[in-house]
Design a protein around this ligand. Structure first.
Ligand code: OGA
Ligand code: NI
Length: 347
């Protein structure tokens, strides 16, 4: 008898005609794919050319408006070479095609591990599984973690490290711009983060024979500060805008940036951490690579004093990022924002 497959990668490798019952969502909780808006203009595309030069104040304004209205934007002319991104995507694909035995060496369901391969979201707490495998890596400081990363495929560490260093540079520029756009000192968010944390996931969404029954990732907002998403040409990300799901069409050589829960708190609700989800394709494999830029676990997060006054009463309590992150993983992905547990009015 064949042993049960733990990862979708292996469950699907010989082709699969039906979604197994443990992946099927209750009817009230399915993606309803016919009721999705598709638009090339769905979220703003911001050109970062000249951010440190003549276009500075214009770009800061664009970023501020995008954070306020959408919680999401795309960036082009971001300074990261196309080759770095292509290498990252290629080595990700190669990793998931390693023999099952090789991959399973790093399988773990413990969210506190710095390097782990897993499936769904949190198999310890959830009742319905998601159509996703993922490799999660801690990435900063690189020297603390890189030696624990997979050593196969042979170029994995080199390409992923190069990608991480580049994305850290972009994250720092964006955090300065976001601070400024809030009317704060440009190093405000940088200082709040204390010892920065940078985690990355490689999401692997196999083709799904019945994409109307399940999710790659169900509706959630991201618990961190900002997320920088790299993807190939296959669509799947959808963002909630005015109560409607909007499909994001991939644009080559851009990144998708979204505001996480911590910026919603720091901005005292001025910027929104917006709900999003990943849906599946019947015939196409999709790989996405989000980088989660985060505070140090002991960093104290609270609304910036400059953004609280009589007209803008304080909306969130102060907490450590560790308190927040632990709650996020333990409650599972749910439509109710994890932020609700930290509102100033809740007890
Ligand atoms: C995430 C996420 C979206 C995607 O990993 O938090 O929202 O398109 N991913 O993979
Ligand atoms: Ni997300």
């Amino acid at each position: 008898m064949a042993t049960a497959k733990v990862l979708l990668t292996d469950l699907c490798s010989g082709g699969i005609r039906h979604v197994p019952s443990n992946y099927v969502r209750p009817i009230s909780d399915r993606p309803n794919l016919l009721d999705v808006q598709s638009s090339d203009q769905s979220i703003p595309v911001i050109d970062l050319q000249g951010l440190n030069g003549p276009n500075h104040s214009h770009i800061i304004k664009e970023i501020g408006q995008a954070c306020q209205r959408y919680g999401f934007f795309q960036v082009k002319n971001h300074g990261i070479p196309e080759k770095v991104n292509n290498n990252m995507l290629r080595v990700s694909n190669e990793f998931f095609h390693l023999p099952e035995g090789e991959r399973m060496k790093i399988y773990s369901n413990d969210p506190s591990k710095a390097v782990r391969l897993s499936t769904s979201f949190n198999v310890k707490t959830e009742t319905v599984a998601n159509w996703r495998d993922f490799l999660r890596l801690h990435c900063y400081p690189l020297d603390d973690y890189m030696h624990e990363w997979p050593s196969s495929p042979p170029s994995f560490r080199e390409y992923v490290a190069e990608y991480c260093t580049n994305v850290r540079g972009l994250s720092l520029r964006l955090l300065e711009a976001i601070s400024e756009s809030l009317g704060l000192q440009s190093d405000y968010i940088n200082k709040v983060l204390q010892k920065h944390a940078q985690h990355m996931a490689i999401n692997y969404y196999p083709p799904c024979p019945q994409p109307e029954l399940t999710y790659g990732l169900p509706i959630h907002s991201d618990p961190n500060v900002i997320t920088i998403l790299l993807q190939g040409t296959v669509p799947g990300l959808q963002v909630l805008k005015n109560g409607k799901w909007v499909a994001i069409k991939p644009i080559p050589n851009t990144f998708i940036i979204n505001i996480g829960d911590q910026i919603e708190v720091l901005s005292n609700g001025m910027y929104k951490s917006v709900l999003h989800r990943a849906v599946l394709n019947r015939n196409e494999l999709r790989i996405s690579v989000p980088t989660f830029y985060s505070p140090s676990p002991d960093a104290v997060i609270k609304p910036a004093q400059e953004l609280v006054d009589e007209e803008h009463p304080i909306l969130y309590k102060s907490f450590t990022y560790n308190e927040y992150y632990t709650k996020f993983w333990n409650r599972g992905l749910a439509t109710e924002n994890c932020l609700d547990m930290f509102r100033a009015s809740s007890t």
